[in-house]
Design a protein around this ligand. Structure first.
Ligand code: HEC
Ligand code: HEC
Length: 297
């Protein structure tokens, strides 16, 4: 090998090693879990706010009142078909044998117990903004549900999306746990609303447009987007998009599914609304207040 060629080969190997290192999983340190007294009622509230049943309950079944989470729903996207896994407490097919730390790493870091990266079709990109206490309460609530033995099935993704390790680079660029939009931090209603919308509620995952790499555009937060699953548009829910919606109408829509023109909620918002209906009136008011909050610059 000539000296020049040898240099090129070394540079390539070094580059690959660097990419490998940069794409490594970044789980939390084992001692980073706080001491925590579980609040199961809060865990249930977060379960509904987070819409877990919308994706993880049995496809075609009414998610309402469903305490079985066998997975199986197929999400058809431009990247291929994702198959939602079993997250029931079953020891073999579900997550029954996971530690709390495993669960927190999945929800907040997008990392599996064996170190694999999760695809952001699991909206951990929003759940990363949740509080550790809420995630631990959610975990405790999930453990009270019925174990289901249905095995999880593999995704069917187009080339090159099957290569999970590359998600490590994507996450370095796009996984953020800081708020997407500033609010008046002294207003507890706004702070709560922002938390519910940007964190567990993962509203931005549908209502915010994505860039060429499939990441949410923080500069166009909640301003409406193409539906990832193909069917039409998801509306603008910034103060501009909701100009004709007083806060009370937004809260009423989330509670009842009826909009200011007396139309009934449709499409992928139906399941979200069913979940919102199970939150407290104060939480729905908080969400409405955040959505109507005009950021002054
Ligand atoms: C938009 C659909 C969607 C929603 C909503 C959703 N998930 Fe998932 N979830 C997925 C998909 C898809 C995967 C698989 C990701 C992968 O394989 O990389 C997944 C994976 C998981 C995993 C990892 C399971 C395993 O076997 O490794 C856990 C744990 C999980 N979700 C918990 C939750 C919880 C708790 C909620 C509610 C707060 C939730 N998910 C909401 C789609 C969703
Ligand atoms: C799975 C995708 C998805 C998620 C997640 C989602 N939405 Fe929606 N949303 C939609 C779609 C689609 C519509 C249009 C519904 C229709 O056509 O009836 C909609 C409509 C709305 C509307 C009515 C706007 C209008 O002009 O008609 C509001 C308000 C709203 N969503 C708020 C929220 C909030 C708050 C959250 C988070 C808690 C949320 N959405 C999460 C898909 C979603």
């Amino acid at each position: 090998m000539s000296a020049g060629l040898r240099t090129i080969v070394w540079a390539l190997l070094l580059g690959l090693a660097m990419l490998w290192w940069l794409s490594r999983p970044l789980p939390l340190a084992p001692d980073s879990l706080p001491g925590h007294v579980v609040d199961l009622a809060n865990g249930e509230r977060i379960f509904h706010a987070g819409g877990c049943a919308s994706c993880h309950s049995e496809p075609g079944k009414d998610q309402a009142g469903d305490d079985r989470l066998p997975g199986g729903l197929e999400l058809t996207t431009p990247y291929g078909v994702f198959r939602v896994p079993n997250i029931s407490p079953d020891l073999r097919s579900g997550i029954g044998n996971w530690s709390d730390l495993d669960f927190v790493n999945a929800m907040m870091r997008g990392v599996a117990p064996d170190g694999r990266h999760y695809y952001p079709s699991f909206p951990y990109t929003s759940y990363a903004r949740m509080s550790m206490a809420d995630v631990l309460d959610l975990r405790a609530f999930l453990a009270t549900l019925e174990p289901v033995s249905t095995p999880s099935r593999n995704h069917e993704l187009k080339f090159p999306y099957g290569f999970r390790r590359a998600l490590g680079l994507w996450k370095r660029l796009f996984l953020v746990d800081t708020p997407a939009r500033p609010v008046d931090e002294s207003d507890m209603l706004l702070v709560r609303g922002r938390y519910l919308v940007e964190g567990p509620g993962h509203c931005g995952e549908c209502h915010t447009p994505r860039n060429g790499l499939g990441a949410l555009r923080l500069d166009a937060w909640l301003s409406g987007a193409r539906s990832l699953e193909g069917e039409g548009k998801v509306p603008d829910i910034t103060p501009t998009g909701l100009a004709d919606w007083p806060e009370g109408d937004i809260a009423y829509y989330l509670e009842s599914g009826i909009d200011p023109e007396f139309d009934v909620v449709g499409g992928s918002m139906v399941k979200v609304q069913e979940n919102m209906a199970r939150l407290s009136a104060e939480d729905r008011e908080a969400i409405a207040a955040y959505l109507k909050y005009q950021v002054s610059d």
